[in-house]
Write a protein that binds this ligand. Structure first.
Ligand SMILES: C[S@@+](CC[C@H](N)C(=O)[O-])C[C@H]1O[C@@H](n2cnc3c(N)ncnc32)[C@H](O)[C@@H]1O
Length: 335
């Protein structure tokens, strides 16, 4: 099968300089997500990234009258928002829990979701988080540089920026932001913090705009701080590590015929999802030079979207956040 193109948009969920600040979160590829998860009456689903609850609401509607859904989010504000919006309508059919999806293997069975029909991951951050001036996620929104999904754990982005040396910062910006001007930006950060710590999103964005051009060779025009913001957010939340663990846990929870659906927004995420699904489709993880299989692993997934799905131009016009979304879905095979 030919390799499909990776999503090449950086920080799709960051606002572009000419975009207004979002005030609500419109679920991306919602019809396609529901079609792939195929909820029916009585089914049990996990939404591992509840956000504003848009996808969760659609899944509950499609599994009327008694389908159940467990919604997780690392952000307690997301849980509180969805509880007040959807709990009155769906009652006991909706369970909510503040948790990182890297804990899915224990959290889901604890909540009575040990054998499920589907699991959704809609990665990254929500429009609510982006618009929150206390969190520092957005270049345009500004605010103190925190960037944690769960503000009760881990180091805020400002502390990470203050503690890494120039080489470590360069490596972080390359690894998680694929930033072509990583060294230049890292040196500027280290230089600037000798005078005063970098505490806010505005300070960081202004500093980067002074040293990095807004268009890297061959890439489209974005705010020059876009990749740095992406890199910091990924590092602060250990997003890529959580994704690996969460995906593996989700497959373990799926019953035969159950569906896994993942929406990713940049190439780092999509690469992990794609490789994970391919490995589970193949089963065997022996090196190609091994004459016979010694790992004994069997295929566990059938791919439903070999090349992934993307949003239509009409959806992108209505919801710019859909611009670089890629949906990948797979079905659990019988053991
Ligand atoms: C793109 S939004 C989800 C939007 C949602 N599908 C909707 O329709 O409103 C992603 C959400 O996932 C949460 N999140 C990101 N990584 C997480 C993780 N490792 N564990 C739990 N929640 C996570 C974020 O806090 C955010 O609220």
């Amino acid at each position: 099968m030919p390799d499909d193109p990776m999503t090449d948009e950086p920080m799709a969920d960051e606002p572009m300089p000419d975009e207004p600040r979002p005030v609500s979160h419109v679920p991306v590829l919602a019809d396609e997500v529901v079609a792939m998860l195929a909820p029916v009456a009585g089914s049990q689903h996990v939404d591992a990234t509840l956000g504003g609850g848009g996808h969760a609401e659609r899944i509950l509607e499609a599994s009327d009258p008694d389908g159940r859904l467990l919604g997780l989010d690392a952000d307690e504000a997301a849980i509180a928002r969805v509880r007040s919006r959807l709990a009155p309508r769906f009652g006991a059919r909706l369970r909510l829990r503040q948790a990182n999806f890297r804990e899915l293997a224990t959290v889901a069975p604890e909540e009575g979701f040990a054998d499920i029909d589907g699991c959704l991951f809609d990665l990254g951050l929500s429009s609510f988080q982006l618009a929150d001036e206390a969190r520092g996620f957005g270049i345009r929104t500004g605010g103190p540089l925190d960037m944690r999904f769960d503000t009760s754990r881990g180091l805020p982005a400002a502390e990470l920026l203050a503690s890494l040396d120039a080489d470590e910062l360069t490596a972080l910006l390359r690894r998680y932001g694929e930033e072509p001007f990583a060294g230049r930006i890292a040196r500027a950060i280290v230089q600037a913090r000798r005078t005063a710590p970098i505490r806010t999103a505005e300070e960081l964005a202004t500093l980067i705009a002074r040293v990095a051009p807004s268009r890297a060779p061959g890439r489209r025009r974005i705010h020059p701080a876009t990749r740095t913001f992406q890199a910091l957010r990924i590092a602060v939340n250990e997003e890529l590590e959580a994704l690996q663990t969460g995906l593996a846990a989700a497959v373990d929870l799926l019953r035969p015929g159950g569906r896994l659906v993942v929406l990713s927004y940049h190439s780092l995420e999509d690469r992990i999802v794609k490789r994970f699904l391919q490995a589970e489709r193949r089963g065997c993880i022996c090196p190609p030079e091994a004459p016979v299989c010694v790992c004994g692993r069997q295929p566990r997934l059938r791919l439903l979207t070999p090349k992934g799905l993307v949003a239509t131009p009409a959806e992108i016009t209505a919801n710019p956040r859909a611009r670089s979304a890629r949906l990948r879905a797979a079905e659990r095979l019988a053991a």
